[in-house]
Write a protein of this length. Structure first.
Length: 447
């Protein structure tokens, strides 16, 4: 029975809600499948064919569709076969053998039985189908066509079909059984092809971003160096000084973006490495604060620090850890309004060293707390930020901290309630090199 828009089976959305044409019952002979006597066939040949398909599926899933069509012809004594892929409103042949290959133009809006099969998610057996489907007008004429759908992740995503062009030929329930088995191979192959294409696209994206970062870094480094010389040597009026300050600030920002792109490429390729040595975490955080102080002051933000009296020893890469802490402090200054508050504290909890960076800024919804650590994800209203970014800072933080055997998490009570990021790192085991010396940093106060 044809389906209407209010009575679709699961998995049939996105195909235009196609209705079978008037008179469809004249060509629909599905009811005969159960009454026809099965032809004698070789189960040994079936098992051998399935074993070959399983091997090919592992080796090269993209090439399996044509082999499926060929085996469908062989096992079902058909003369034509084809596999269609349905993706939204797009319908296309994945493979076709025999006269079905003449039906090259398939869409979800031109009546064809493959869309009917997908929308109904049910087997179709049609006799002389060109009487109501002009798209199946081929030579030699199709006498009977059997079409079976296949699903991908509970979504009807395609069909496998066989056709006969001989008046005396008929398909039976064993042919339907064989097509259903072959449809499972088609479903698996399509999932593998999509996964491979997605992985290749992601790899190409990562390679492009890494190349872009590399190509940007060298000329930007030269621009930053040249600006520094100009600022030192050129007599400056207030107007020129302001213009040079803008150039220096923006070129520095672009240089940081290029470095983020390079690091994102290293992370994606597994090439980001750390050079670990014994460190006093308090000194690392102090160095990061010194780097970020100008930005905090330019945004008129007050800074509160709270450190213990004794050093906190860890094993880590001072450059990467400083980068991660700077990213979190920069993130706090980016999303905190003028005259806001940023707090940085360090503490020890059991075998862990803890850094907490909090602010009283914009805050986040609960659903944003995990997504912000994904590459290129920014808060929805990020376009209003003082200084843009690529959405790579927090993913880099997570990757760097995890390379150190630690973890980072975010917490917020909601929009307007500020944010709190906590880094947890394993403490270094006690040793002769972990000298309990004065670390030379302020233990608490407002900077």
């Amino acid at each position: 029975m044809p389906l209407n828009q209010s009575n679709q089976p699961p998995g049939s959305q996105g195909l235009g809600h196609f209705l079978a044409p008037a008179g469809f019952a004249d060509i629909d002979v599905r009811s005969e499948l159960r009454s026809r006597l099965p032809r004698p066939r070789s189960h040994y040949n079936e098992r051998r064919a399935y074993a070959v398909l399983a091997t090919q599926l592992r080796a090269c899933p993209a090439d399996i569709f044509r082999r499926l069509a060929e085996l469908a012809i062989e096992l079902c004594a058909a003369q034509s076969a084809g596999i269609t892929i349905h993706d939204g409103d797009s319908v296309r042949w994945a493979a076709s053998v025999g006269a079905l290959g003449q039906c090259r133009t398939l869409t979800s809006v031109i009546p064809n039985p493959f869309v009917v099969c997908v929308e109904q998610n049910a087997t179709q057996l049609l006799r002389l189908p060109d009487r109501h489907f002009p798209s199946l007008s081929v030579e030699p004429r199709i006498v009977e066509i059997l079409i079976v759908p296949f699903l991908v992740q509970e979504q009807t995503s395609g069909t496998i079909s066989i056709a006969t062009h001989a008046d005396e030929s008929r398909f039976d329930r064993d042919d339907e059984r064989i097509l259903r088995t072959l449809s499972d191979f088609a479903s698996s192959a399509w999932q593998l092809v999509k996964a491979r294409d997605s992985a290749e696209a992601s790899k190409r994206k990562d390679e492009f971003l890494a190349l872009l970062g590399h190509e940007l870094r060298n000329p930007l480094a030269a621009v930053v160096a040249a600006l520094s010389v100009v600022q030192q040597e050129l007599p400056q009026s207030p107007r020129v000084k302001r213009a040079l300050d803008v150039l220096a600030r923006q070129s520095g920002h672009m240089k940081r973006l290029a470095e983020d792109l390079l690091d994102a490429g290293r992370i994606a390729s597994g090439k980001l490495q750390i050079q670990s040595k014994r460190l006093n975490l308090l000194q690392v955080v102090t160095d990061a604060l010194a780097i970020c102080r100008a930005r905090l002051e330019s945004h008129s933000l007050s800074l509160t620090v709270d450190f213990p009296q004794s050093p906190i020893w860890i094993d880590g890469d001072i450059v990467r850890l400083t980068q991660a802490i700077c990213n979190l402090i920069d993130n706090a200054s980016k999303y905190t309004p003028t005259d806001g508050q940023v707090s940085v504290s360090c503490a020890v909890t059991g075998s862990e060293a803890r850094i907490v960076i909090s602010d009283n800024g914009r805050g986040m919804r609960p659903d944003q707390l995990q997504s912000i650590f994904q590459p290129f994800v920014q808060l929805p209203d990020a376009e209003s930020d003082r200084e843009g970014g690529l959405g790579l800072g927090l993913p880099l933080v997570r990757s760097v901290i995890e390379l150190h055997g630690g973890r980072v998490d975010a917490r917020s009570d909601g929009p307007g309630c500020g944010s709190c990021f906590t880094i947890r790192l394993p403490r270094a085991s006690a040793g002769a090199d972990a000298i309990e010396a004065d670390c030379g940093v302020a233990t608490s106060g407002t900077a």
